[in-house]
Write a protein that binds this ligand. Structure first.
Ligand code: SF4
Length: 412
């Protein structure tokens, strides 16, 4: 029971909406309803996990503005993808705004039960590329190492909603010994991505046990962790965790942030601790309707990521996950956003837009058309302003050379 939640008769100061005013400013998530909680508890990631909002009753108490769609969606959530929101992340929701971009990401809606024939439970075809429980080997030189089916909070569009939270009864059981042995036996695997669920939910000792075994495999060059913990639970990024992680370089971390409001002062500080530990940071966003499918919002988000020392890495077209149509934006909109980024802001801020091809086809890069034509002696291109240029090139792709000049002529 979440005994620290205030009752409706004991109202706390509601979260200030002023902090959400500017997309480019850093604001604290604040304490909101949890104003009386001691600092030591609030900053303790285990306290945050223990006090997650996981039931309809808690949600109604904290957010009397729940819409009928959210009410019905939350009633059904535990049959599809569980409800869980950390108190910290909950405070980023603007309860007065039905279209709050944070709200749409974590509060279930009844539309999740509307499924179409082209939607899938495993849109990336992971289960069919899994030689060992918990390991996905889909690309030649790298593997996905699933660590857990639990996350600090659950994203309503999750590609792995078939297994995360175990609401569907998938009963995910990774076989760590088998996963590690598979990698040991496959010398072509030089890159291991730990994901889940969220690997940073493990305590430091459990996580280090896995990292040290992987690092001991001579052909594993590169370790990566995919995590949304810095966004949902920045308190987890402790100095002790960073000290442990830095022992396993080269180690990269891909975070998952979708909207500039997620980049609070708490998140910025957590990311700074990771960056100071020498960990290169990238971000993966999902293009989501009502959340970030707007060029102004997207640009502010990407620029703010750079301020947090995070390189925007991928922008994903939302996978065809069952019941996600209300959150999916169009490829046309994604291309329009990319068009308004390239050339209009720092190149480092521009992610690669990709579609993870349905049924395990892998990531396909999607770009606006900058090549207008390829002729026998030139490539015709346009720039971000629409100006047209020609780049000379032979029909077989060889660089064009000037016609030979007589030596005597050249010496004149
Ligand atoms: S954090 Fe990642 S794995 Fe967990 S629910 Fe969100 S998208 Fe899915």
């Amino acid at each position: 029971m979440h005994t620290d939640l205030p009752s409706p008769e004991d109202p706390e100061e509601p979260p200030s909406r002023g902090r959400l005013a500017s997309l480019k400013e850093f604001h604290s998530a604040g304490r909101g309803f949890w104003g009386n909680i001691p600092d030591a508890d609030w900053h303790d990631w285990r306290w945050q996990l223990r006090h997650r909002i996981t039931t309809l009753e808690q949600l109604q108490r904290l957010m009397p503005t729940l819409t009928p769609e959210e009410f019905a969606g939350t009633q059904l959530a535990n049959h599809r993808l569980a409800l869980a929101i950390t108190p910290y992340f909950f405070n980023l929701i603007d309860p007065a705004d039905e279209n709050c971009p944070i709200r749409w990401q974590v509060i279930p809606r009844v539309e999740e039960t509307h499924t179409a024939s082209w939607e899938m439970s495993d849109p990336c075809g992971e289960d069919s590329h899994s030689p060992v429980p918990g390991l996905v080997h889909r690309y030649p030189d790298r593997v996905l190492f699933l660590v857990t089916d639990r996350c600090a909070a659950y994203c309503r569009y999750c590609t792995r909603s078939r297994l995360v939270s175990n609401a569907t009864g998938y009963d995910f059981h990774p076989d760590f010994a088998g996963q590690i042995e598979y990698i040991r036996q496959h010398s072509e695997v030089r890159d291991v991505l730990l994901s889940g669920g969220d690997p940073l939910l493990f305590n430091d000792e459990r996580l280090e046990h896995l990292l040290s075994q992987l690092r001991a495999i001579p052909h594993v060059e590169f370790l990566r962790i995919g995590t949304r913990i810095p966004i949902f639970l920045p308190q987890r990024i402790t100095p002790q965790l960073c000290d442990m992680l830095r022992k396993y370089h080269p180690l990269f971390i891909s975070i998952h942030s979708n909207h500039p409001r997620e980049l609070t002062t708490e998140v910025r500080d957590a990311l700074a601790r990771l960056a100071d530990a020498g960990i290169p940071l990238g971000n993966q966003s999902v293009l989501l309707r009502n959340v970030n499918d707007d060029p102004v919002v997207m640009k502010a988000h990407l620029q703010k990521l750079l301020l947090c020392r995070v390189k925007p890495y991928y922008l994903y077209q939302c996978d065809l996950i069952s019941g996600s149509a209300h959150l999916r934006s169009s490829v046309r909109k994604g291309l329009e956003i990319m068009e308004k980024l390239r050339g209009h802001t720092t190149g480092y801020a521009v992610p690669q837009y990709v579609i993870d091809a349905p049924d395990g086809g892998g990531k396909v890069p999607i770009n606006p058309d900058y090549i207008l034509s390829r002729n026998a002696d030139r490539v015709v291109i346009r720039n971000y302003e629409g100006k047209v240029f020609e780049y000379p090139e032979g029909p077989d792709g060889t660089p064009m050379t000037a016609p030979p000049v007589e030596i005597e002529e050249a010496l004149v």
